[in-house]
Design a protein around this ligand. Structure first.
Ligand SMILES: Cc1ncc(COP(=O)(O)O)c(C=O)c1O
Length: 382
């Protein structure tokens, strides 16, 4: 059976009845294209298991069930590598899992390398965890990893770990195997531990090769931690269920994360996520087809209506990192689009004070109609 485009199922009026933050942060005349939520219904197998759970009154404390096994199988089918499910722990969400692991393997004050522009909670969570952010910015028009910069930062003495985002948010870049192997070699040379946020891996576009970090045949991968979730690809972020997978030589360290940490995840999250990775691939394929069309549509619309805006079509994710510097709208163009155009993008500067200046991030996980409307509103701001 052909699954219709999940991105065209809901009208704007229907979306505005939602209770999630995407639809309540701004006034009702604002078109929200900021936070990474999708304008889809649930994949039918997910809706079914949640409905059954409601019917059972199954709202007790979480049990991880078969989520890690199911995710490992999904990863094996989809990405060509299945992590060992016995090396995975279900934790509330990716950010909390990252902090739990950093607490287990580094000391307060430790330097943690990140690559701005990058998902801004990396900065906030590291600060809350009393770790020191060590920025090594992406370089070039392709937002490549700066291997020499990583080498220098790792050699600086105070760096304990590297928090890599692959696929990268907000740029949508995917790093190839050779690059990841070089990163692994640098980390081993300097005794730096690697944590990889792979939350967007199910959202890699057709034709893009994706390398799960744990699949690398390298001692840095054997000592790495990887963070995955069904929350981005199936739009479940409010349900709270991510998984931290340890490489074979890091399993004992992952076991240091207290059992109580698992209780912050939600039973509905685990139930929904397990159904997503077991039965949600046909829906994911339909979604990805819709997103693939959207990323191209956005390029066409920008070329026609906002030709000064720079946009590298992402290899993965439904996020577009827009270089608005030529529009001369100041450090935070999203503020201008919001005030004048009534469209809410994510502000660039929180993704990196330097690298985000003059940029904004647009979420295109919506209907083509609302993408057109969003670009129209941006253009009307000028
Ligand atoms: C790279 C990245 N990591 C983590 C998250 C947040 O995930 P979670 O809600 O599981 O903490 C997001 C959400 O958009 C993200 O893009």
């Amino acid at each position: 059976v052909e699954i219709p485009n999940p991105l065209t199922a809901l009208t704007l009026d229907e979306l505005r009845t939602r209770r999630s933050i995407k639809w309540h942060q701004y006034e009702p005349d604002v078109l929200p294209m900021w936070i990474a939520e999708m304008d889809t219904l649930l994949a039918p197998p997910i809706a079914a298991v949640l409905t059954e759970a409601v019917a059972r009154g199954d709202t007790g404390y979480v049990h991880p069930g078969g989520y890690a096994e199911a995710f490992a199988e999904f990863s094996g089918r989809r990405l060509g590598y299945a992590p060992d499910p016995a090396h995975g722990r279900v934790l509330p969400d990716v950010m909390i899992a990252i902090i739990d692991v950093l607490d287990a393997i580094t000391e307060p004050g430790a330097g943690i390398v990140v690559n701005p522009p990058v998902y801004h909670p990396f900065f906030t969570f590291l600060r809350l965890a009393h770790r020191t952010v060590v920025p090594v910015p992406l370089v070039g028009d392709d937002y490549a990893l700066d291997l020499a910069g990583l080498d220098a930062a790792f050699a600086s003495g105070n760096v304990s770990a590297y928090l890599l985002c692959n696929p990268h948010n907000p740029t949508g870049t995917v790093y190839d195997r050779a690059t990841l192997l070089e990163v692994a070699t640098l980390a081993t040379r300097h005794g730096v531990r690697i944590l990889v946020d792979e939350i967007h891996a199910p959202l890699v576009y057709p034709g893009v090769a994706y390398t799960p970090f744990l699949s690398l045949d390298h001692e840095a991968a054997a000592r790495a931690f990887v963070f995955v979730s069904a929350s981005k690809a199936w739009n479940l972020p409010g349900l709270k269920a991510a998984i931290a997978f340890a490489g074979p030589d890091a399993v004992e360290e992952l076991a240091r994360v207290p059992l109580e940490a698992e209780f912050g995840s939600g039973l509905f999250g685990v139930i929904a996520s397990e159904a997503a990775v077991r039965e949600g691939e046909p829906w994911l394929d339909a979604l990805r087809t819709g997103l693939d069309a959207n990323r191209t549509l956005l390029a066409e619309l920008l070329a026609a209506e906002l030709p000064q805006v720079g946009y590298r079509v992402p290899d993965a994710t439904y996020l577009a990192w827009l270089d608005c510097r030529a529009l001369d709208l100041g450090d935070d163009p999203a503020e201008v689009f919001l005030e004048r155009g009534r469209v809410a993008l994510a502000s660039g500067p929180p993704f990196g004070a330097e690298q985000g200046r003059g940029f904004a991030r647009l979420n295109f996980a919506t209907s083509p109609e609302l993408i057109r409307e969003g670009v129209r509103r941006m253009a009307a701001s000028l």
